[in-house]
Structure formats: structure tokens, C-alpha cells
Design a protein around this ligand. Structure first.
Ligand code: C2O
Ligand code: CU
Length: 540
């Protein structure tokens, strides 16, 4: 196995990814950052130098389980103190499973400032994958705002509550197009800027491609379509999928997929890669890239209008696609037949002193000033609440279809302590928001583990009936899963990775407003923490 040593400098720079110039966080001058490529079993060493001058940073390697290296998970407040301006922290981890992953900032709402990128972990030489292709291409999907991360965060936490709103544009491989006439009299928007030329993916007619796709979106659920071509889903979050053929792929923030595409259309023209918002009423133009059939000019516009994708509010269509993702028959790792513990997590929108929040079982999550991992290794138990986080909600009496009559809640940094090696079921339960007839999609991401997706259901999960219908035969394993509007999602995982791990909604603003929990398991088995992440709170 190889060691890949990378040196990254994190900086603010003016960028115009959608023709509108704003400050973005770059890695060695780039946003999105460089793609990390390694082979299963390799070690990746990344020296991250923070040159943001007045801002901390931390980077999470999303989908990498960090077995034995929980301090490299990059989750500020959970596994490390942030890297301070002028400091360098070295992340070291093994990429132990082939697949498609991503990385992104994990400090405040910093991800939305552009610090993100793709991770490809290749199978070892000689290993055959359950599909074939001639070459691969990448689609890194994002949504993009012109307001800074700080303006967004200040709006969310102000008593008058200013929602971030729908994104100004959608980015494919870091490129989008804003209609500058909407920007008013500003010279910072220029549609002729070469930074906002569309991404173009050159392909040769007759060949077959693997598209690695990842969504680092801050808010949006996406529907992706490659005009005139069908996609066969073959990988999800690093696990092989029983092939599913789709015209549109729904992808939620934090998810990755590989799809196989046979490039078999008329070669005299190019085709659109079209990205549309679903689940929220769209107010953002279709994001586009060009599928360039060689030898056409890479930027020659297709002669058609970009596809608008599936209906944004067709929840049933999206739930069915979620359900169709199951493990490839040759790669089934069956889940434990029974569970040791079931935790039901009700997702609600709430208020604290008039401030808009999200809460899980009526607790709005906050991070302690001393990261959990450091606090526990140093026996600083008093730095976070020692009350166990709530195991369930009042499901007998709670009506998930109505607006809460009393939206007030409180915040806590309490956690779930899991018995090391035990099997845990998590039921995510959706509900109405504080607006009548509204329930949102929440993509939940677990750090440090993959879970089996045992089922999706509508309305209120019934602990007596619904477990009988779990898929225990070929459930997919993933690290991110959608909780659909007014529905529930059931997960199972083994708490076998020593450490402290975040589990949260991957919508940047939702986690910021309290939509997350933390699991601890086997922390006493964790080795010595690197000194350089211990410089905050009471751990200095
Ligand atoms: Cu990709 Cu905790 O996030
Ligand atoms: Cu959410």
C-alpha cells in the first residue's frame, strides 16, 4: 500500500464560479479542491495549513470511516479543535474501502463557502468490479449563494430569522451560470468571465463511462439527468448496488453514486447534463454542464433546452427510487437479525426564545467548546451534559401531520453512549414543520460507520408493526440516507468503531440550527490524540 502525502493551503480568494464574483474558500487556489485519488488500503496524509487569516477551519473526509483514527475525522467540536489561522494540522487516515467519497469543511457553515472536493478510492489491482467501463468522469454537485457564510449564519441566528433562501445557482464541477442582469448595477458579475464557462465532459461515441457523482450541496436535493442517455446505478456511498436503470437520479446532500452510461447517441451534437432542485419549490435555474461528443467543440451548446427533470414535489417518485437501491447480489453483507437497542429520532422545527431551531426528540443540538473526543480522553466530563440524550419521543400522542402548538424547545450537548460492538437501530421520524402542510427532506449522515437501510415508510413509524417489514435480506449499506417528507427511515449499524461520531442532517443550515446528535462507543479504546487538535476549551 502507498502513502499519499498532500500539502494543502486553505485561503480566501475571489472566485466567480457562476459569473458572480465573491470570496470563496480555496485549497491551493481551487474550489472545488483537488480530487484525492488513492487505492484501497493506502494511507492519505494531508497537511492542512490555515491561511484564512481570521477564521478557523476543519475538514471532514466524508465516507471514510477513520477506523483507529477518530481524531482525523475533521469534525470541529466533536473530534477536534479547529485549526487556527497560521496553524497546520496533519490528517492521517487509511482509505480502507474502494468507492466514491467526498471531503468538505466541517466548521460552522463553512462548507457553503466552497471548501469541498471528491475522493476516489480505487480497487486494488486485479480486483474485478461488478460492472465494466472504458473510462470515468466526475460530477461534483453543489448549490451556491452570493451571500457569505457569515451573512447566512447571522440571518439564521437572528431573532427576526432570515432564511438563506434558495440558491442563486447550481454548480457542476464548480461551474454554474448566474443571469447577471438580475444582479443589478454591479460590476462583479460578468457572464463573459472564463471562470464560469460550463463544465464540459468529453466522451467518445460507442464507449461506456462510469460517472462518479457526489453532492456537497448545502441545502438542495437534486435531480440529475443526462439528456438522451440512461444511467445504471451501480455504487452508492462505496457499496455496490444491484443495478438500477434510471432516466433521472435523485441525489441528496452527502450522498455519492457511480452510474454507468453508454454513450450511444447521435454524435453530431453535444448533450446537456442537467441539474434541478427537487423537494423544495425551485427558485434556481437548471444547472448545466455539457456532455461533449468528440469531436464536437467542447463548449458547443446542445440544440435543445436543458431537461427540467422530475416534478419537484413528486415525493412518491423519490421514495420509490430510494427503495430501489439495494445491495448487489454478489456483495451482500447481511445485517444482524436483531438489534440491541432502538433509538427513535423525531425531527421537528422549533423555537428557542423566538429563534428558529431544529430539534431531535425536543432537543436542539449544540456543540460543546471542548470537543467530545478530547473531553472524554482527558476525563473532562463536566464540559458537556452528562444527561443521556432522549431515546424516543411521545409517539402515542404526537401528531406528525400538524404544526406544533407549542414550538418552544431547549438546547443541549448531551450524547448517546452506545455499548461497544452492540447493534443499534435508528428510526428517523419526520413531521410537519412550523408551516402548515409542509414537511422537508432531511439527508442524514453518520460519521465513522456505514448503516444498513432497513426500510422507508410513510406517516408514523409503528414500533410493533413496521420492523416486521424490514429488509434484512439485501439492504444497502450507506453513510447518508434521506428522510422523506412525512415519512420515516429505519437504519441499523454496529457500534464497532471506537470514537465519538456525529450523526446529523447534511443540510448545512439545519445542522447549524441544531439538527444533529452524537454517538460515543468504545472511546476508552481510542489511542493517544495528536497534540495539535487539543488547543481549545478546557483542553488547552
Ligand atoms: Cu459530510 Cu458531518 O458531514
Ligand atoms: Cu434537515
Amino acid at each position: 500500500a502507498e502513502v499519499h502525502h498532500l500539502k494543502w493551503e486553505i485561503k480566501y480568494e475571489f472566485k466567480s464560479p457562476d459569473c458572480f464574483k465573491k470570496l470563496a474558500i480555496t485549497i491551493n487556489g481551487l474550489t472545488p479542491g483537488p480530487t484525492i485519488t488513492a487505492t484501497q488500503g493506502d494511507t492519505v496524509v494531508i497537511d492542512v495549513s490555515n491561511s484564512l487569516l481570521t477564521e478557523n477551519v476543519a475538514i471532514h473526509w466524508h465516507g471514510i470511516r477513520q477506523i483507529g483514527t477518530p481524531w482525523s475525522d475533521g469534525t470541529e467540536g466533536v473530534t477536534q479543535c479547529p485549526i487556527q489561522p497560521g496553524e497546520t494540522f496533519t490528517y492521517v487516515f487509511v482509505v480502507d474501502r474502494a468507492g466514491t467519497y467526498m471531503y468538505h469543511a466541517h466548521y460552522g457553515m463553512q462548507r457553503s463557502a466552497g471548501l469541498n472536493g471528491l475522493i476516489r478510492v480505487l480497487v486494488p489491482e486485479g480486483t474485478v468490479e461488478p460492472f465494466e467501463y472504458d473510462d470515468e468522469r466526475h460530477l461534483l454537485l453543489n448549490d451556491w449563494w452570493h451571500k457569505s457564510t457569515y451573512e447566512q449564519a447571522a440571518g439564521l441566528s437572528s431573532p427576526s430569522f432570515e432564511w438563506v433562501g434558495e440558491p442563486q445557482s447550481l454548480l457542476i464541477n464548480g461551474r454554474g451560470k448566474y443571469n447577471c442582469s438580475l444582479a443589478g448595477a454591479v460590476d462583479s458579475c460578468n457572464e463573459e468571465n472564463s471562470e464560469c464557462l460550463p463544465a464540459s465532459l468529453t466522451v467518445v461515441q460507442g464507449k461506456t463511462y462510469r460517472f462518479r457523482i457526489a453532492s456537497v450541496a448545502s441545502l438542495s436535493a437534486f435531480n440529475l439527468e443526462i439528456e438522451g442517455h440512461i444511467m445504471t446505478i451501480v455504487e452508492a456511498d462505496g457499496h455496490y448496488v444491484e443495478p438500477v436503470v434510471v432516466k433521472n437520479l435523485n441525489i441528496y446532500s452527502g450522498e455519492t453514486y457511480s452510474v454507468i452510461v453508454k454513450v450511444d447517441q447521435d454524435k453530431s451534437r453535444n448533450y446537456w447534463v442537467a441539474l434541478n432542485v427537487v423537494s423544495r419549490k425551485p427558485n434556481t435555474p437548471t444547472g448545466t454542464a455539457i456532455l461533449n461528443y468528440y469531436p464536437n467543440h467542447p463548449l458547443k451548446s446542445p440544440p435543445t433546452i436543458a431537461p427540467v427533470g422530475a416534478l419537484w414535489n413528486d415525493t412518491a417518485y423519490r421514495v420509490n427510487q430510494s427503495k430501489s437501491i439495494v445491495a448487489h447480489p454478489n456483495y451482500i453483507e447481511a445485517p444482524p437479525r436483531t438489534t440491541d437497542r432502538t433509538i427513535i429520532l423525531l425531527n421537528t422545527q422549533n423555537k428557542i426564545d423566538g429563534h428558529m431551531k431544529w430539534a431531535i426528540n425536543n432537543v436542539s443540538f449544540t456543540l460543546p467548546t471542548t470537543p467530545y473526543l478530547i473531553a472524554m480522553k482527558n476525563k473532562l466530563q463536566h464540559v458537556f451534559s452528562q444527561r443521556p440524550a432522549p431515546e424516543t419521543y411521545d409517539y402515542e400522542n404526537y401528531d406528525i401531520h400538524t404544526v406544533l402548538s407549542n414550538p418552544n424547545t431547549s438546547s443541549s450537548n448531551s450524547i448517546y453512549k452506545l455499548e461497544f460492538g452492540s447493534t443499534v437501530d435508528i428510526i428517523l421520524q419526520n413531521a410537519n414543520t412550523l408551516s402548515p402542510n409542509n414537511s422537508e427532506t432531511h439527508p442524514w449522515h453518520l460519521h465513522g460507520h456505514d448503516f444498513w437501510v432497513l426500510g422507508y415508510g410513510k406517516d408514523k413509524f409503528d414500533p410493533k408493526v413496521d420492523p416486521k417489514n424490514y429488509n434484512l435480506v439485501n439492504p444497502i449499506q450507506r453513510n447518508t440516507v434521506p428522510l422523506h417528507p412525512y415519512g420515516w427511515t429505519a437504519l441499523r449499524f454496529r457500534a464497532n468503531n471506537p470514537g465519538v461520531w456525529a450523526f446529523h442532517c447534511h443540510i448545512e443550515a439545519h445542522f447549524f440550527m441544531g439538527m444533529g446528535v452524537v454517538f460515543e462507543a468504545g472511546v476508552e479504546k481510542v489511542g493517544k490524540l495528536p497534540k495539535s487538535i487539543r488547543g481549545c476549551g478546557e483542553s488547552k
